[in-house]
Design a protein around this ligand. Structure first.
Ligand code: ZN
Length: 187
């Protein structure tokens, strides 16, 4: 009995090790990681990307120009239905957008500051920095939702590739998006 248990455990481990879907992506410039979960009327998106893909730099916003660029980027992401363009008939709208970065002050990202999250712009310059976006879209007609066009490439020139993991009520799939292939479809 004990022997059976350990072989099950070993094959599970092998699956984990061999599945590229589960492998954790490192910080690679040009590459983003997007998790999409569709559950009923809600689409939950998590984007994890090097900051450079969005801003062209990864340091803290030091001057007026940097701060303006960070604010513009945040506003574009907050206009989430223009970034993640869903089937029009499904009538999906963003109900929540949360942005976080280890280099950019939450205030510039449109988040309310807390002492714990306040970034000191004069603190050590990070070599690399990321941005995490958590977005929830709510759909009026979820049964009409067929596709999501990921507009990140058009809005932000730094993206070359986005690795997508997607979970729907029916299945689970992985996709690689590129500037020439931005459409997520399933079923
Ligand atoms: Zn970097």
């Amino acid at each position: 009995m004990k022997h059976i248990f350990s072989s099950v455990a070993i094959s599970a481990l092998l699956c984990l090790a061999l599945s590229p879907a589960i492998a954790h992506e490192a910080h690679v410039h040009g590459v983003g990681k997007l998790d999409v979960a569709i559950d009923g009327a809600q689409i939950t998106l998590h984007l994890d990307t090097p900051l450079i893909n969005l801003l062209g730099f990864e340091h803290a916003a030091k001057n007026t120009k940097d701060r303006a660029a960070a604010q513009k980027m945040a506003l574009q992401l907050r206009n989430a239905s223009k970034i993640f363009v869903t089937t029009p008939a499904a009538e999906c709208r963003p109900i929540s957008v949360k942005l976080a970065s280890n280099a950019i002050d939450p205030i510039l990202l449109g988040e309310s500051p807390t002492p714990a999250t306040k970034i000191n712009a004069t603190a050590k310059a990070a070599v690399h920095a990321d941005l995490d976006a958590d977005i929830v879209l709510q759909c009026e007609n979820p049964h009409l939702l067929k596709t999501i066009d990921v507009n990140l490439f058009a809005k932000f020139k730094g993206f070359q590739k986005i690795d997508v993991q997607m979970v729907t009520q029916k299945n689970q799939l992985a996709a690689t998006l590129r500037p020439s292939a931005t459409l997520l479809s399933w079923e």
